[in-house]
Write a protein that binds this ligand. Structure first.
Ligand SMILES: C[S@@+](CC[C@H](N)C(=O)[O-])C[C@H]1O[C@@H](n2cnc3c(N)ncnc32)[C@H](O)[C@@H]1O
Length: 209
């Protein structure tokens, strides 16, 4: 295998191509590969990733972000705090879910404020579709959870229509809204932005059966 040059952002940020082949969680979380693994798909600037990694030091949290610039920005926050339990992979989450992550090896997948692709003719570009739901079922172990938040009502309905009747998932009670204690106390940067704009936020959790 060709060795790519180590960039200063490693190991906090790597692209899909920079991962070891074959994929192994030991390569991603070298200090605690056996801790429960959670994914933050479309991690953006990494507020969830940072807060979750600080709050849960015994969990490994992997952000996946197709936009390398955003992904590096998220990784910068983790690097600053030398966090060993949070990493970012730059690339398409669908590739990771379909081809690399071992089946049943993930305990939670978080998908917060996925790109809405507003125009009906662009809805087919939305991340969540039947195939994506099947990929979530593939990587989650039994009892694992999908957490989804958005401010886009029709997107939320579409996700519910795919996951509520899915044979591998059961809907759990949704988390309730709580008042933030400070400006970093939001689930994600998009939640902060949308709540400040006064939009309602839709939240849901499903359990992998
Ligand atoms: C609207 S932003 C939300 C970011 C963050 N979750 C938040 O709530 O602040 C959606 C993010 O998903 C990323 N994204 C879109 N498709 C993706 C894919 N297939 N794999 C990984 N990331 C993706 C986009 O680049 C973007 O950063």
């Amino acid at each position: 295998m060709v060795q790519l040059p180590i960039t200063p952002m490693q190991p906090w940020f790597r692209t899909l191509r920079e991962l070891q082949s074959p994929f192994s969680w030991n390569d991603v979380f070298e200090s605690s590969p056996d801790a429960p693994i959670e994914l933050d798909i479309g991690a953006g600037r990494g507020l969830f990733l940072l807060n979750a990694a600080l709050r849960h030091p015994k969990r490994n949290i992997l952000g996946v972000e197709i936009d390398y610039r955003e992904g590096r920005r998220a990784a910068e926050r983790l690097k600053k705090r030398e966090l060993a339990n949070a990493r970012v992979i730059g690339g398409d989450a669908c590739i990771l879910l379909a081809d690399l992550i071992p089946p049943g090896s993930v305990s939670a997948v978080h998908v917060y404020f996925p790109d809405p692709w507003w125009k009906p003719r662009h809805h087919k570009r939305r991340l969540f579709d039947q195939e994506f739901c099947d990929l979530l079922a593939r990587v989650l172990h039994s009892g694992g959870e999908v957490h989804h938040w958005t401010d886009v009502a029709d997107y939320f309905e579409m996700v519910r229509a795919a996951l509520d009747p899915h044979p591998r998932f059961t809907s759990l009670p949704a988390p309730t809204e709580r008042e933030p204690e400070h400006d970093m106390d939001y689930q994600t940067s998009f939640e902060r932005k949308k709540r400040k704009m006064g939009f309602p936020i839709f939240r849901a959790i499903w359990k992998r059966d």
